[in-house]
Design a protein around this ligand. Structure first.
Ligand SMILES: Nc1nc2c(ncn2[C@@H]2O[C@H](COP(=O)(O)OP(=O)(O)OP(=O)(O)O)[C@@H](O)[C@H]2O)c(=O)[nH]1
Ligand SMILES: [Mg+2]
Length: 421
């Protein structure tokens, strides 16, 4: 025998509720009026509570759905059996509660799993989008540009162009892409074209930072033009240095002059320089003027030298010498700081000391400068050459250079080469 308690707003409603749950075979023990619901005693309503016996109580299916759970009454008349049945009922209730709570948990779990799945999909979508952007060919080219020390701006332009001009199929052909990239790099190099007919005497001036090889390059040029190296008809050359007082500087150029039996003049200031040029103009085809190495950071010093060099007159050709070993940011600073000299082109020295020329190529290209000569060793006069695009390209690290193809694409100006020889 089981004792149960049920509550409702009216007696009939409560009875209906009991019958719905336990059927008709119930015995009402007693009922009482109660206050139902509310909050802290407020808003409660009048209701009825019925206590009843329900023999062999078996809950009708779905009896608890939406309704309040029956409460167990620990009435003094309860037998062991009724207590046991009540306990069974409690167990049942717990099971249902557990089932409900695990159902809740599983819903929450499913929600979490759904979110994880979505996140996973998002991540793999992003990864695959990245993959299309960073095709292995693009990554390889990026790496090579980086190894060669190209400027970020230069590299980015190349990478953007690859993405724009190559289809996915095209990117799969690495050799074709790198050949094209080499071509683009070649196109970015501007080789200085000398004027065909020079007014004589020609005046070439080398400026640049300290120790880049200005004096050595002056000596190389003097030998080539003055001695008629490589079967060239010699012309009358005079070297002039304005670096006459630095210890060793005078000895250095004097030694070259002596070995080559070419005249050297030493000047101190503007007047001196102007006078010397005027004095030897008659018998000289080419003046090669060596200057004191200047720090690009000392603008006052640079300004003074600029004033001194004004003595050469407007027909003077100024060249900026920079070493290929200079790091990219310094190269750019040098190129900018020497701008007031209005130099015609850049001479790149010490190419033999580095296998990375991306810094030079991109600094020149980024700042719109041309290259005229390159030097690649201490030997006078052999380690100098008129700049060629091919020479820069074959110096690049990591590219498989098809020399024949490159030479066909960037032919050297034969007329200029012959003149040089
Ligand atoms: N490896 C290499 N060394 C060079 C090259 N050109 C010059 N040098 C060396 O670089 C050092 C400096 O050369 P200089 O010609 O005295 O340089 P500079 O620009 O006149 O120097 P300052 O007058 O002191 O400003 C010397 O040891 C040269 O032999 C080159 O193309 N390659
Ligand atoms: Mg010098």
């Amino acid at each position: 025998m089981e004792v149960f308690v049920e509550q409702a707003l009216t007696y009939t409603e409560c009875l209906n509720k009991i019958r719905m749950k336990y059927g008709d075979r119930i015995t009402i023990m007693h009922y009482k009026n109660i206050r139902m619901g509310g909050f802290l005693g407020l808003f409660a309503k009048d209701g009825v509570e019925i206590t009843f016996f329900a023999p062999n109580a078996v809950l009708k299916p779905g009896a608890f759905q939406g309704g309040p759970f029956p409460q167990v009454q620990n009435s003094p008349g309860q037998t062991d059996h009724s207590r046991k049945t009540s306990l069974n009922f409690e167990e049942e209730k717990k099971k249902i509660l557990d089932a409900n709570s695990s159902k809740g948990e599983s819903i929450a779990l499913q929600q979490v799993l759904k979110e994880v799945k979505e996140l996973k999909q998002q991540i793999s979508a992003t990864a695959s989008a990245g993959q299309t952007e960073k095709h292995s060919t693009i990554s390889r080219i990026e790496e090579i540009l980086d190894i060669n020390d190209f400027s970020p701006i230069f590299s980015q332009t190349i990478l953007d162009r690859i993405k724009k001009e190559f289809s996915l199929d095209g990117l799969n052909d690495y050799t074709a892409v790198q050949d094209t990239v080499l071509e683009w790099i070649g196109e970015s190099i501007t080789v200085y074209k000398e004027e065909k007919f020079q007014r004589l005497p020609r005046i070439m001036v080398l400026v640049g930072p300290t120790g880049v090889g200005k004096t050595t390059t002056i000596a190389k040029l003097a030998a080539i033009y003055g001695l008629g190296n490589f079967g060239r008809r010699p012309i009358s050359v005079r070297m002039i240095t304005i670096d006459a007082f630095r210890i060793g500087a005078r000895d250095q150029i004097e030694a070259y002059g002596n070995i080559m039996a070419l005249p050297v003049s030493y000047v101190e200031d503007y007047d001196d320089l102007k006078k010397t040029i005027a004095q030897y103009s008659e018998g000289t085809d080419l003046f090669l003027i060596d200057t004191i190495g200047k720090s690009p950071r000392d603008s006052r010093d640079l300004g003074e030298m600029k004033q001194l060099l004004d003595a050469c007159g407007s027909q003077a050709e100024l060249y900026l010498a920079v070493a290929a070993t200079t790091k990219l940011s310094d190269l750019k600073e040098i190129i900018r700081q020497f701008e007031p000299f209005n130099y015609r082109s850049v001479i790149v020295t010490k190419l033999d000391e580095t296998i990375r020329v991306g810094n030079v190529i991109s600094a020149l290209s980024d700042l719109g400068k041309s290259v005229s000569y390159i030097t690649y060793g201490q030997k006078v006069p052999s380690n100098i050459q008129k700049a060629t695009i091919v020479r820069f390209l074959i110096n690049l690290e990591g590219f498989q250079v098809n020399r024949a193809k490159i030479e066909a694409r960037f032919p050297t100006d034969e007329a200029e080469q012959i003149q040089w020889r």
